[in-house]
Ligand binder design. Structure first.
Ligand SMILES: Cc1cc2nc3c(=O)[nH]c(=O)nc-3n(C[C@H](O)[C@H](O)[C@H](O)COP(=O)(O)OP(=O)(O)OC[C@H]3O[C@@H](n4cnc5c(N)ncnc54)[C@H](O)[C@@H]3O)c2cc1C
Ligand code: FES
Ligand code: FES
Length: 468
């Protein structure tokens, strides 16, 4: 296999580069494209942003090149800040607007902002301050101040959108194995081939979007002998739906699923909008968020409250497991070494069911949660007939809250019953202190989420659901 991609309009076929070299290192050190900057090397600052188009999707998306590996590039088109304008030195619209609006001082962050806004300009979204802030939430500027950058964003969004360096198509490699520098990078295209790779290489890491695993390459300089990439497995990319449920393949990215989730579970969509930044959501996947088994992953508590089932696949075929039974202990799951998470089945809400999820973190955007609370309540004629409540950040795994649930079921849905359920948080969880929050804060804020839930479901007008 070669790694075939197009960089700033020029086809590339790499045969000897390490498949786990970061794209940022490749751009700066091998290609001399030093307009792409390294700030944090862990997905937080956006200085390394480039835009990528995956074959099939046609969508122009901003991604962090510091967390992207060379093996992930096969069949993609990339543009860096150097490749935006093909008009003989004339600035591209965003670049010009940044100059006109004084949107740069030291300039270190500027290429990253330009690339994030270039992707936004191609997204076809309607332009508003909120949408611009969302598009820029993954980019940090330390000296200009954001007002002039946002003004530049508004100015750049008018006028025709040119295609710049992203028109040339990249023919993906026909084979599924890339080998170079003593490393193998497997890119299976079917579930069977993925399982075969799992069986042949026990212990080899699965790489999906790489927004977790990518840190091993960018920070720890890991060079795994074998890496198994899941993004080209057709079965893992499906989004299907019937009357009862939506099924998401494990390798579906947040950005790919967001539009449907917004319609089915608006409150969950608000929370997903707060996972990292656009650059993270464009590649980060549901399977990765579950597979890393973090106690503070944002989607597992929501998915548990929604009664999600996982389908795992291994050499003996498929098996289903409820997500709440999947997490066994801190970073331990029920996944066997030769299995993969293939898909998630999320039941749709019934007529009397209400779902809300809340993320508590120090910053609104681009922050890891202290606590996530997720609530699915069935309320019939004012009475709570069923409650599924789950929290993240309160225990070694994302977990249901049985005593909180018991305090609600059979009770009228009222401020008092919500407060009683909140008081039961302390019986369900004994969280720990860490640098994000103390144990005491976690218990108190989780209890307070019941007050918020009650006000929210009662339609209190001082609660704006879209900004929770
Ligand atoms: C800057 C930054 C901000 C972030 N913000 C948030 C946040 O706000 N909330 C949050 O929850 N997370 C956050 N994350 C973490 C991360 O983005 C998410 O966990 C994401 O969903 C991981 O998905 P991925 O596809 O990138 O996983 P990868 O990094 O590719 O993989 C993660 C783990 O899952 C395993 N895995 C992947 N696919 C499968 C599969 N099909 N079967 C079994 N195992 C599998 C991998 O082997 C690996 O162990 C952030 C990360 C960064 C770098
Ligand atoms: S260098 Fe900071 S996000 Fe990549
Ligand atoms: S212009 Fe200096 S960091 Fe943004």
């Amino acid at each position: 296999m070669t790694i075939n991609f197009v960089l700033n309009g020029e086809p590339r076929s790499e045969t000897s580069i390490s498949p786990t070299r970061t794209v940022l290192e490749y751009l700066r050190e091998d290609e001399g494209l030093t307009g792409t900057k390294e700030g944090c090397a862990e997905g937080d600052c956006g200085a390394c942003s480039i835009v990528m188009v995956r074959n099939g999707s046609g969508k122009v998306e901003a991604v962090n090149s510091c967390l992207l590996t060379m093996g992930q590039l096969d069949g993609t088109r990339l543009a860096t800040v150097e490749g935006l304008s093909d008009k003989g030195g004339e600035l591209e619209a965003v670049q010009g607007a940044i100059v006109d609006e004084d949107g740069t001082q030291c300039g270190f962050c500027t290429p990253g902002f330009v690339m994030a806004l270039h992707a936004f300009r191609h997204s076809g979204e309607s332009v508003s301050d909120e949408a611009i802030h969302d598009a820029l939430a993954g980019n940090l500027c330390r000296c200009t101040g954001y007002r002039s950058i946002v003004a530049a964003a508004h100015a750049a969004m008018s006028g025709n959108v040119e295609e710049a360096a992203l028109t040339t198509f990249a023919e993906p490699s026909a084979t599924e194995l890339y080998e170079a520098q003593g490393q193998s990078f497997l890119s299976p295209q079917s579930l069977d081939a993925l399982i075969a790779a799992r069986v042949e290489h026990p212990g080899a890491p699965l790489l999906s979007g790489g927004t977790d695993l990518g840190l091993s390459f960018s920070k720890d300089r890991a060079a795994f002998p074998v890496t198994i990439f899941t993004q080209n497995v057709v079965e893992l990319k499906r989004i299907e739906e019937d009357d009862a449920a939506i099924i998401l393949g494990a390798a579906v990215t947040y950005s790919e699923a967001l539009a449907r989730i917004e319609e089915l579970f608006p409150s969950f969509a608000v929370l997903i909008h707060r996972i990292g930044s656009r650059q993270i959501r464009n590649v980060g996947t549901f399977g990765g968020n579950i597979g890393n088994a973090s106690p503070i992953g944002d989607t597992p508590p929501c998915l548990i409250a929604l009664d999600t089932a996982l389908t795992l696949h291994g050499p003996k075929g498929a098996r289903d497991i409820q997500l709440e039974d999947f997490f066994l202990d801190y970073r331990k799951t029920d996944l066997a070494g030769d299995e993969v998470i293939a898909s998630l089945t999320i039941p749709k809400l019934g007529p009397d069911q209400n779902f809300r999820s809340y993320k508590v973190s120090k910053r609104y955007d681009q922050d890891i949660s202290a606590v996530v609370g997720a609530f699915r309540l069935t309320i019939s004629d004012g009475l709570v007939t069923e409650a599924r409540i789950a929290f993240g950040g309160m225990a070694a795994t994302p977990k249901r809250a049985p005593r909180c649930e018991a305090a609600l079921v059979g009770q009228p849905w009222s401020e008092e019953s919500a407060a009683r359920a909140g008081a039961a948080v302390a019986d369900d969880f004994q969280p720990i202190d860490d640098h994000r929050a103390t144990a005491d804060y976690r218990v108190r804020v989780a209890a307070n989420l019941f007050v918020r839930l009650h006000r929210d479901l009662e339609g209190a007008d001082d609660i704006e659901v879209t900004s929770l």
